[in-house]
Design a binder for this molecule. Structure first.
Ligand SMILES: NC(=O)c1ccc[n+]([C@@H]2O[C@H](COP(=O)([O-])OP(=O)(O)OC[C@H]3O[C@@H](n4cnc5c(N)ncnc54)[C@H](OP(=O)(O)O)[C@@H]3O)[C@@H](O)[C@H]2O)c1
Length: 263
């Protein structure tokens, strides 16, 4: 059973690879560094050759225009190449991401959708972590709570869906067990790391100034339109998939702090 992991160096892909490797399962890890590019379909056949199961983690985001067509085409290419199992990483409350889910299912392969809330690791391994390195996280976010999901839980569910029977056709909404405002999340990270970290609310205009234009528009959309409360309610996807509770944000903060994420 050869498993293909896209986004192999990313927050979820790398953790799924750790699990496959620990279980002695053959894995093909791909991203642009190995010559696989979502925007260059000529790179797909080599990635898919001989693969039994594939994890689809599109980048930058399924909510962006064109993403649904790309992942749909990839799922059809996977089906044509003989892949028998797909796991799609998706986002909650995003009409374009939900269209991408339908496109992937339409390829006719056994598919599991992991539809995730915002990752806790956005605070430690990506743009929100950069702000925390400087002691202040300045974002155009209001008081809307989000049930941040731990990427370790996403990896556990994806690993199960890629390697075990019983997950085909399932849609797992993966969240943490409680919703936190960004200010509260930063306070928990401050407590766990022992650092003086604060959150500051800024306007979308001020936030955009520090970002490249193509990224600014999308990130502001995430904070001002998507983070509007539609996804605030925690869901039971981790328990349905794995029979256990999801990891709490506090556990993530303590683990990441111990690993030096905000040192
Ligand atoms: N972050 C969240 O809170 C969240 C929540 C819900 C859903 N999602 C979904 O998760 C996906 C992205 O996750 P992420 O933002 O957390 O990123 P990530 O998986 O942490 O990192 C991106 C990965 O994609 C690879 N990559 C970047 N551009 C690529 C390209 N053109 N072709 C092939 N591979 C490429 C990168 O490696 P290289 O640089 O080596 O190419 C890296 O491995 C999106 O589909 C998004 O909708 C994210």
């Amino acid at each position: 059973m050869l498993t293909l992991i896209t986004g192999a160096t990313g927050k979820t892909g790398s953790r799924i690879i750790d699990r496959l490797t620990a279980a002695d399962r053959p894995v093909r890890a791909v991203s642009r560094t190995t010559g696989f590019d979502w925007e260059d379909r000529s790179t797909w056949p080599a990635a898919l050759a001989g693969v039994d199961a594939a994890y689809i983690a599109y980048y930058p985001d399924l909510a962006l225009p064109g993403a649904a067509d790309t992942v749909g085409a990839f799922a059809h290419a996977a089906a044509a190449a003989g892949v028998s199992r797909l796991v799609l990483l998706s986002g909650r409350g995003e009409p374009e991401a939900q269209r991408a889910e339908r496109e992937v299912v339409a390829a006719g392969v056994d598919t599991t959708i992991v539809r995730c809330s915002w990752f806790a690791q956005n605070f430690s391994e990506t743009f929100m972590g950069d702000g925390l390195q400087d002691g202040e996280l300045a974002l155009p976010a209001d008081d809307t709570p989000e049930p941040f999901v731990d990427a370790e839980d996403i990896a556990d569910v994806a690993f199960a869906a890629l390697t075990q029977d019983g997950h085909a056709g399932e849609l797992y909404e993966l969240t943490g067990p409680r919703a936190l405002r960004i200010e509260e999340a930063v306070a928990e990270i401050a407590a766990a790391s022992g650092k003086a970290l604060t959150f500051k609310r800024i306007t979308p205009e001020a936030y955009s100034e520090a970002l490249p234009p193509e990224l600014a528009e999308f990130v502001v959309f995430l904070f001002t339109e998507l983070l509007d409360g539609r996804n605030a309610e925690p869901q039971d996807g981790v328990r349905r998939a794995l029979g256990r509770a999801p990891r709490d944000f506090g556990e993530f903060a303590r683990r990441a702090a111990a690993a030096g994420a905000w040192a």
